[in-house]
Design a protein around this ligand. Structure first.
Ligand code: PNS
Length: 165
């Protein structure tokens, strides 16, 4: 079984992420989309469990896609789940430096693990979860940014966060 893991913060999942998920799912027997903690972005908008729920909703019906959550090293998660491939999306050259470093580190931690990079569709090259949150704070239309099933969740969550500040 060719199993791959697509790790990320997914706070929240964007149309760019979904594009990578669909393309990667077509390449492997099973793709585990894994909500992981990025220590440089410790406090997110959504809790890890909420991100999992949003991801489950938008990937429902995609054959071979499973969503999970892990707060340890991704390399350990891969070893436990007998996966030898990590999938990462690359938007621009600026992503490359940190991603290649992470890929090498992950192979050092688990020598059987390789990282496959999928370039982002040019349609979504400007898109990130940070951009989504910023647009939502200003009440912009999110329909070109996140899957339609989660637009309301993002709007409500941002509104709630604004009310608390
Ligand atoms: O969507 P992001 O924020 O670019 O994802 C980064 C993420 C979560 C994949 C990365 O920070 C990660 O792998 N974190 C888990 C901890 C880990 O394995 N660290 C070692 C690699 S730097």
């Amino acid at each position: 079984m060719r199993r791959a893991i697509y790790p990320g913060s997914f706070d929240p999942v964007t149309l760019g992420h979904l594009n990578v998920i669909k393309r990667a799912a077509a390449m492997f027997d099973e793709l585990i989309v894994c909500v992981s903690v990025n220590s440089s972005k410790p406090s997110g908008l959504f809790t890890p469990q909420e991100r999992v729920e949003l991801l489950r909703r938008v990937t429902e019906g995609l054959a071979g896609v499973r969503v999970d959550c892990w707060d340890g090293l991704v390399a350990d998660y891969a070893r436990r789940n007998q996966a030898r491939v990590l999938v990462k999306g690359l938007r621009a050259v600026s992503d490359y430096e940190s991603e290649i470093q992470m890929a090498m580190l992950n192979t050092k931690l688990y020598s059987r693990l390789d990282t496959v990079f999928l370039y982002t569709s040019p349609k979504y090259a400007y898109l990130s979860s940070t951009v989504v949150k910023e647009m939502a704070r200003y009440g912009s239309d999110l329909s070109d940014l996140v899957p339609r099933q989660i637009i309301e969740d993002v709007e409500q969550k941002v509104r709630g966060a604004q009310e608390r500040t």
